[in-house]
Unconditional design. Structure first.
Length: 472
């Protein structure tokens, strides 16, 4: 297994369970990033991935894995349904014994065989004839399972030789003496395929019984919500321009749809949790902004979404009103690095400018990547305002020489005009001054650093007050 020193990249290493999962939408394949809300310890008990890349603390469990597993998830273009293929095979040993007699395998990946949970008792007896082989090599097509199948995953009808997986997999309430006799073996720690599917389902939309080909062509016939913006992006490898549509939907339009697509966030947002767009009460209300790709007449595919929580702030100064909080932002990996995140966040600001009631846009617990995106958008909004008749900042701050610290009243006025927080005004201002900072002038560089330092000292004054020495 590679060590951290073997990896010369700065990319975080993917966990054992994440490496077992591949997702596909249209012609794009991508990987899950987070699985801790689906699998304890980010490991599928008793298994390791078909191919191990890099290193992660969860890889230590591979020493006791007896099998390898891979889940291929085919998402519909609408992202409100999916098809799952679960493949299982015995762990591939590094040093195979060539002269070892080959045992009979009942189901093999090479034969492209599948099994269903509804096999009769004769099939179940056949699996029990060779206890050492357990499942052998398996290729399980579970796209045909319904939600009812998952709800009964712990019943005998949906299990084949439960003793292979032990009580840790089946969650049975009692054990027999035979179970205790082998309770410490790897064979009794292996997670049952039904449980793997149930845990995968926590981060997936509805697993459908349809043929995979039908899932692959399941587009939305019209966008969800009201269209607020349409734009294009150049196609890859010289292909025709691609058309994208941004929509804004409320609870009545999007509640059921969002309940399915938001599950995907568990694979890509570390602290993701679900929201119900129907839960509109006196404390506020939800809206969702969706990004769709138009793929022909009445054919739309989901690319990403933002959830926006609107709540009233009656005591906000200098002006009370509605605050819009970006709570969750998901852009599927095939559509990243193409400016879509920026387009979505700019559309939120455009929505605020058109409303007299919205006084601020903020973000709930942003990830580092979203912080960088937000800072860039706020900087661009500030720079654009300086070219208009109503600049956010007075002329005294716009000189290319000198780095005056923003006065509180000027910061508050800029935040009001831009509908952003005062902290974001400070950051946008610092980026604006940084663009004109010459790299060969040490004196100006020192002045810039002192300006930033003053803001940070003021921001963290309370935390710094408990430090008794400069080293602390």
């Amino acid at each position: 297994m590679p060590t951290p020193e073997d990896d010369d990249t700065d990319e975080p290493q993917r966990s054992s369970s994440a490496e077992c999962i591949t997702l596909r939408i249209l012609s794009h394949k991508f990987e899950a990033e987070y699985t801790h809300q689906c699998f304890d310890g980010e490991w599928i008990r008793g298994y390791q991935p078909y191919h191990v890349h890099g290193t992660h603390k969860s890889h230590a469990n591979h020493a006791v894995a007896s099998h390898e597993v891979h889940a291929m998830v085919t998402l519909s273009p609408s992202c409100d349904s999916c098809h799952v293929e679960l493949s299982i095979r015995r762990k591939q040993k590094e040093q195979a014994v060539e002269n070892r007699p080959k045992r009979r395998k009942l189901i093999t990946v090479e034969e492209n065989s599948t099994f269903e949970d509804s096999n009769d008792e004769e099939d179940e007896d056949e699996y029990q004839d060779d206890d050492d082989d357990e499942y052998g090599d398996e290729s399980t097509n579970r796209g045909s399972e319904t939600e009812d199948d998952h709800s009964d995953a712990g019943t005998t009808r949906h299990r084949r030789d439960d003793d292979e997986y032990g009580d840790e997999s089946t969650n049975r309430g009692s054990e027999t003496e035979d179970d205790h006799s082998d309770a410490g073996t790897t064979r009794h720690r292996r997670m049952h395929p039904d449980e793997i599917l149930e845990r995968l389902g926590r981060a997936l939309p509805k697993i459908c019984t349809n043929n995979k080909t039908l899932i692959e062509d399941d587009h939305l016939r019209k966008p969800i919500g009201k269209i607020v913006k349409t734009y294009t992006r150049p196609g890859k490898d010289g292909a025709a321009d691609e058309e994208f549509i941004l929509t804004l939907a409320d609870s009545d339009e999007a509640a059921d749809y969002h309940e399915q697509v938001q599950n995907l966030a568990l694979f890509f947002i570390e602290s993701a949790d679900g929201v119900s767009l129907k839960q509109n009460n006196a404390g506020g209300y939800w809206k969702a902004m969706y990004l769709f790709q138009k793929r022909g007449t009445r054919r739309y595919a989901l690319c990403g979404y933002l959830t926006l929580f609107h709540f009233s702030s009656p005591f906000r100064k200098p002006k009370p009103g509605i605050i819009v909080r970006v709570c969750q932002a998901l852009l599927l990996p095939p559509y990243q690095r193409r400016g879509h995140g920026k387009a979505m966040l700019r559309a939120v600001h455009d929505m605020a400018e058109e409303s007299d009631d919205i006084v601020e846009i903020n973000v709930e617990d942003p990830a580092p990547g979203f912080i960088a995106l937000r800072n860039r958008v706020d900087y661009e909004l500030l720079a654009e305002s300086l070219e208009t008749d109503e600049p956010w900042l007075p002329p005294k701050y716009l000189k290319k020489t000198g780095f005056p610290t923003l006065a509180d009243k000027d910061t508050t006025l800029a935040a009001t005009m831009g509908r952003i927080t005062t902290k974001q005004v400070q950051i946008a201002y610092e980026l604006f001054k940084l663009q004109d900072l010459p790299t060969d002038n040490a004196d100006l560089g020192k002045q810039y650093r002192l300006m930033v330092k003053k803001r940070l000292l003021k921001l963290h004054r309370e935390q710094l007050s408990v430090c008794k020495t400069k080293e602390e």
